[in-house]
Design a protein around this ligand. Structure first.
Ligand code: IYR
Length: 223
């Protein structure tokens, strides 16, 4: 049996209503400037910044506070190169017919193809793993809960934290992704979840002109 946690007073900042609205607006404005970037500069980014954005991600809530995530920060050019080669091999199969015609058509506006130069150009590849279960020192398995939800939330915080620090990101989903666990020598309880190149955008970086759904398409008031 586990012991009950010690309970401590909540540290909470209360804002006046107008200040609350102003904060909510400015945070939206900041997040609205985040764009998925596919053209990175090879300019280095300090590992200290990576540590802080992963710290921010790792504040995410999780099922039973199991924190079922591992973030691998790959800066080694040789490993990045191997990841690129393996990802491109899979993507050639994907674009060569493994993806449906509808899927290919849906990707058309973004101009993606099987070539993934960002995988060795970006200074950091953050490979997010979800931890399906934990093993204790005696080799007994222990469950994690709501693993996909927990890791999804942590990854969202990671993207927001990187953006806040002035780093561009790409949520990349090589598919299938098992090669990442193998290449990085991850244990059997870890499953690849997302691959996030992180760094400065290339100076001439272009992004598609996109609009976000208006609020009345995503928010349904019942008041
Ligand atoms: N994994 C492929 C295809 C791809 C799929 C979706 I859905 C995207 O939003 C973008 C790409 C690739 O990385 O090219």
């Amino acid at each position: 049996m586990h012991q009950k946690a010690e309970f401590i007073p909540l540290s909470f900042t209360r804002h006046a209503p107008d200040e609350m609205l102003a904060l909510a607006k400015s945070f939206h404005a900041e997040l609205d400037r985040r764009r998925t970037v596919r053209h990175f500069s090879d300019e280095p980014v300090s590992y200290s910044v990576i540590e802080e954005v992963v710290r921010a991600a790792s504040t995410a809530p999780s099922g039973a506070h199991k924190q079922p995530w591992t973030f691998c920060a790959v800066g080694d050019p040789a490993i990045k190169r191997r990841i690129r080669e393996a990802a491109e091999a899979e993507e050639r199969i994907n674009y060569g017919g493994r993806m449906s015609a509808e899927w290919i058509a849906d990707l058309e506006p973004f101009g993606t193809d099987a070539s993934k130069p960002f995988l060795d150009v970006a200074p950091w590849l953050i490979v997010v793993f979800k931890r399906a279960y934990e093993l204790d020192a005696d080799g007994h398995k222990h469950q994690n809960y709501y693993v996909t939800e927990s890791v999804g939330i942590a990854t969202g915080l990671l993207l927001a934290a990187a953006h806040h620090a002035g780093l561009a990101t790409l949520t990349h989903t090589p598919s299938p992704m098992d090669f990442l666990a193998k290449l990085l020598g991850r244990p059997a309880n870890e499953r690849p979840y997302l691959l996030i190149p992180m760094g400065y955008p290339a100076p001439d970086c272009m992004v598609p002109r996109l609009t976000r759904k208006p609020l009345d398409q995503v928010l349904v008031p019942y008041h």
